[in-house]
Design a protein around this ligand. Structure first.
Ligand code: AMP
Length: 282
């Protein structure tokens, strides 16, 4: 595995591979790998013949009071894990190279970026869309793999790719969970043991919603009130949002008709966790 830190060098490698007719698969990450990241890499390795993983804690997607400075990092361990999965290039640019002095270009995906996480994290998806477009221009992937864990992000990126005619196929992969159902996240390391115990309520509430739909209770009121009740009864939690939305437009829906996404963000102590699931009418 090669580690490339310089954007220009990454682009040159990508160009060489393209000239050789290689199919480049790409997984963008912020590092501190867990099984969720590794599952994306394993999938991407199967659908391309060169695999690039970027590791970049992107400052433009963090708000001024968010956790940019304390975001967990372990380059040594990440390097070992990426190598074990069969990554060809680990791309680790520095913030100064991605955003040199004078930088002033941003991508905004209107509408889709506004609700859900966008409402409580203004500017977040502008930072995400901008860095992903920059990374696409450097890595020149044929296919890019994202997790459904960050469901709104996946929808925003698909919209950007379609709207800007980018020659990249975007693929979503299922959420990987801990044994007790908590969605894996680098931010789970912030939780103390009591908070970690409380954090199980996110998935428990999603499961309860799935059961409601299976029992024919499909209205937004029934689903949201059950989810809110389960979470608010759990110590150390504070709901940021719970929403039932159309899986493509992310607009709120009145009931599960066909399919809907149930998405939530919950503060557990000082840590904001997100999760979501697809609810399907049976
Ligand atoms: P991050 O490093 O948190 O920015 O995540 C990098 C990529 O991994 C994104 O596409 C995430 O959606 C994906 N990801 C993070 N956690 C999980 C998980 N538990 N299951 C599946 N994909 C995940």
């Amino acid at each position: 595995m090669e580690i490339i830190a310089h954007p220009r060098e990454m682009q040159e490698q990508a160009r060489r591979w393209r000239e050789e007719g290689r199919r480049i698969a790409f997984v963008p990450t912020m590092g501190y790998f867990h099984q969720g990241h590794l599952s994306l890499m394993e999938y991407a390795r199967e659908i391309g013949d060169r695999l690039v993983v970027s590791l970049f804690v992107n400052p433009t997607q963090f708000g001024p009071t968010e956790d940019l400075d304390r975001y967990p990092r372990d380059l040594e361990r990440d390097t070992r894990l990426a190598e074990e999965v069969g990554v060809d290039v680990l791309f680790t640019p520095a913030a100064e190279q991605m955003y040199p002095p004078g930088y002033q270009t941003y991508v905004t995906v209107n509408g889709l970026s506004q609700g859900l996480c966008g409402a409580s994290r203004p500017g977040h998806f502008r930072g995400v869309a901008t860095v992903v477009l920059k990374l696409f221009n450097l890595v020149m992937p044929h296919v890019a793999v994202f997790g459904e864990k960050d469901y709104q992000q996946l929808v925003v990126i698909k919209r950007m790719v379609s709207d800007l005619n980018l020659p990249v196929e975007v693929v979503g992969c299922p959420i990987v969970r801990e044994e007790d159902g908590l969605a894996m996240s680098s931010r789970n390391t912030y939780l103390n043991p009591e908070e970690r115990w409380s954090a199980r309520c996110l998935y428990r509430s999603l499961q309860a919603a799935q059961q409601l739909v299976a029992d024919g209770k499909k209205t937004r009121e029934e689903i949201l009130s059950t989810v809110q009740q389960i979470i608010s009864q759990t110590p150390h939690t504070r709901i940021d949002y719970v929403a039932l939305v159309d899986p493509e437009t992310l607009q709120e829906v009145a009931a599960v008709q066909g399919a809907a996404r149930l998405a939530l963000a919950v503060w557990v102590g000082h840590t904001r966790l997100i999760d979501n699931t697809l609810l399907v009418e049976t």
